[in-house]
Design a protein around this ligand. Structure first.
Ligand code: LLP
Length: 425
């Protein structure tokens, strides 16, 4: 990723700021967010999909600055809770450019969405239809989409595959639940069905499944037109665009994806006699992931008969992804130069369980020692948004780096934060 520039051997700068400076000023562990990289990635999406609506999937990482940058860059937002929604709207993000997702939206989520006036609510289950319709104030209409499960297996790990029937999201095309839900929504005066949605999964590294999804959803649109005489103006293909976590790994080429999806959409619509709907895409990881760097301090080095453990001051509470999905990262020593030869080590966190591993068998200089700084690139997506309070170590701060300056966006979680929520005795 362009966000990390080696300054000299052993040193690293992000957004023009040496990471050692961030560690000294804000402590470790810390997460750096390269504002220029975030913005560049947004612009690359808008260039690749000039006629589409690009929504940033806030679940990848959200803070007020991030919402503000997305607004400035002209993206919309995909949120999946009242929390994400309210954070964005209270930062000034226009609600009409927000889409609410979720397989189990709470009454509070729906009420907040209706009160704040979100642009679209994506219906995920049959039971949600009447519940939402009843919550819409009389006399008004809420724009909705239907989340369709197209029956396509794609995605980097079984836990993040959502295009096949045997998983909790959406309404199946195969068993007819999607068609049934569409008919019911069309009968609800309080709901205006503007299009179909699907999200195949995450960390997808080829275009093929997206093209298959276009064909299946356009097929469904054609059947809806025949049966109900209705054509949808929008088609949302979700996110899931894969990125490289380590040098040499595959990533999805966004410009190429956009070209192929556009061609497929035009062709399928022409064959079905449909007007081409407005395309929507919802990337999260591909915007936030490569824009973030995690910074840790080494606390202990332990050489055992089996391996060398390098233990750092963070771990699975700030990055649960290796434990959950077996993802491989490539931490590197920063802040000092060394001539020591690289040797394989296992980088572990500070949490009270053996599965708290950040990187297995990765090369680090043989003289790695307590006090050293380690940087983990491609740490901007689904780390802090999935962070936990495990062992009360406190969530790390988020520091924006841009044009040689660092500024605090989210402060480190303190014991006082925990104590203030702990109200019983
Ligand atoms: N749209 C919808 C409806 C989604 O459910 C998601 C992700 C996205 C868009 C954005 O997908 P992305 O472009 O970021 O792949 N925690 C997992 C990823 C879970 C993704 C959930 N939904 C991980 O760390 O890999």
């Amino acid at each position: 990723p362009a966000s990390t520039t080696p300054l000299a051997r052993g040193d690293l700068s992000v957004g023009g700021v040496p990471v050692t400076e961030v560690a000294d000023r804000f402590g470790t562990p810390a997460y750096l967010l390269d504002e220029g990289e975030v913005r560049a990635r947004c612009r690359a999406y808008l260039r690749a999909f000039p006629e589409a609506e690009v929504l940033y999937a806030a679940k990848a990482f959200l803070c007020r600055a991030m919402a503000h940058w997305m607004d400035e860059e002209g993206l919309g937002l995909d949120v999946c809770s009242a929390g994400e929604l309210e954070l964005a709207v209270t930062t000034g993000f226009p609600a009409e450019r927000i889409v609410l997702h979720g397989n189990a939206k709470s009454p509070h989520d729906l009420a907040a969405a209706l009160r704040l006036g979100v642009g679209r609510i994506v219906i995920d289950s049959a039971s949600e239809i009447a519940r939402l319709a009843a919550a819409v104030p009389t006399g008004s209409r809420q724009k909705v989409m239907v989340r369709v499960v197209p029956g396509i297996a794609a995605g980097g790990h079984v836990k993040i595959r959502t295009g096949t029937d045997d998983q909790k999201f959406g309404l199946s095309l195969t068993d007819g639940s999607a068609q049934h839900a569409i008919a019911r929504i069309l009968g609800q005066p309080a709901l205006e069905l503007v299009g179909l949605h699907c999200h195949l999964g995450s960390q997808i590294t080829t275009e093929k499944p997206f093209l298959a999804a276009v064909r299946r959803l356009v097929g469904l649109m054609a059947r809806v037109k025949d049966q109900h005489g209705v054509t949808f103006p929008e088609l949302d293909l979700g996110g899931g665009h894969g990125i490289a976590y380590r040098p040499g790994e595959d990533a999805l080429d966004i410009a190429c994806l956009a070209r192929k999806v556009r061609a497929e959409l035009i062709e399928s619509c022409a064959a079905a006699g449909l007007t081409v709907p407005r395309l929507i895409v919802e990337p999260g990881r591909a915007i936030a992931g490569p824009s973030g760097v995690a910074l840790y301090r080494v606390l202990a080095v332990k050489r055992t008969a089996h391996r060398t453990f390098v233990a750092v001051d963070g771990g699975m509470s700030d990055n649960p992804r290796p434990a959950l999905y077996g993802v491989r990262y490539e931490p590197r020593l920063v802040g000092r130069s060394t001539t020591a030869e690289a040797a394989p080590v296992t980088v572990v966190g500070r949490h009270c369980e053996a599965g708290d591993i950040l990187a297995t068998d990765v090369p680090l200089p043989g003289d790695v020692r307590p006090g050293d700084l380690l940087a983990v690139p491609v740490a901007g997506a689904y780390h802090l948004s999935m962070a936990s309070g495990y062992n009360l170590v406190g969530r790390p701060p988020v520091v924006a780096v841009a044009e040689g300056h660092a500024r605090l966006l989210v402060r480190r979680e303190s014991l006082e934060d925990f104590r203030s929520r702990d109200v019983g005795l």
